[in-house]
Design a protein around this ligand. Structure first.
Ligand code: XBP
Ligand code: MG
Length: 259
């Protein structure tokens, strides 16, 4: 039985990286007269580094125009990151980031079946507040039994810290929970906490797969081509389908991802 569903944010609830954070980072560079911009392809490489500030600092190692000293780089990264998050909030507010197909319906399933919903992310809390407030209205917080963001778990995914904090907030054990993730780092973090994972592939992470993946597919709202397959005739991946996959956690059905 699933007692809680733990959602990653970026790439899982919405395509926030391509359509939100990347656009917002480039606007922040322009704001401060920073002479470089990130292409969509370069941003894909940079996503190996979790955390927007960490990503900026990593990239500065390759930018000839970056300030020389560590303190100056840290200060610039902090200013850019703050501005980036302001731009991100504006993009969300303008309706630029829809929930991915099937996400809203699955959260409704959870409410109807008394299954707790949690958010487990390495993104800043302000980004989560903007996104969830836009989609679930002013009372959005009441829908989530736990909310773990960057400041709650400084060791970012693939470290399992964010998932450990979520289990403590939920007062549940890993076997009662199921995580939904898109990235290899997110999959690794949940697995290291002992939690089974459903992978919804995203724009930047089209190949995520590995031991502990109970099922992988393109989107919760697209029931075709899941591995293992969803029940015939399903209109979407619903809570009952997740429960069937979750019940196979100790004896996974043969699939490309099960190791
Ligand atoms: C996403 C991240 C974040 C975002 C940007 O992780 O690594 O850094 O890219 O957000 P997850 P911040 O998929 O686990 O949410 O700039 O706030 O870090
Ligand atoms: Mg993600």
């Amino acid at each position: 039985m699933i007692r809680a569903l733990l959602f990653d944010v970026d790439g899982t609830l919405a395509e926030t990286e391509r359509d939100g954070h990347l656009v917002a980072f480039n606007r922040a560079f322009a704001d401060l007269g920073v002479p470089w911009r990130w292409s969509a392809a370069r941003y894909g490489e940079l996503l190996k580094v979790t955390g927007g500030r960490e990503r900026l600092l990593f990239d500065m190692q390759a930018q000839r125009e970056a300030p020389a000293g560590a303190a100056a780089r840290a200060a610039l990264a902090a200013r850019l990151h703050g501005l980036k998050n302001e731009h991100y909030a504006r993009i969300v507010e303008a309706g630029g980031l829809a929930l991915r197909p099937g996400v809203g319906e699955l959260i409704e399933d959870c409410a109807a079946n008394h299954v707790a919903v949690a958010v487990v992310t390495t993104t800043s809390r302000s980004n989560v507040e903007a996104l969830l407030g836009r989609h679930f209205g002013p009372q959005w917080r009441a829908r989530f039994a736990a909310l773990v963001c960057a400041a709650d778990a400084p060791r970012k995914k693939p470290d399992p810290e964010a998932y450990h904090v979520a289990l403590r907030q939920l007062r549940l054990g890993a076997p009662d929970c199921l995580a939904i993730e898109d990235s290899p780092a997110g999959l690794a973090a949940a697995r290291a906490a002992g939690i089974g994972v459903i992978v919804t592939r995203s724009h930047y992470f089209p190949d995520t797969c590995g031991p502990g993946t109970l099922a992988v597919g393109d989107a919760l709202g697209e029931p075709a081509a899941w591995d293992p397959p969803a029940a015939p005739g399903a209109a979407r991946i619903d809570l009952a389908q997740l429960a069937r996959w979750h019940s196979a956690i100790n004896a996974p059905v043969a699939s490309a991802c099960h190791g």
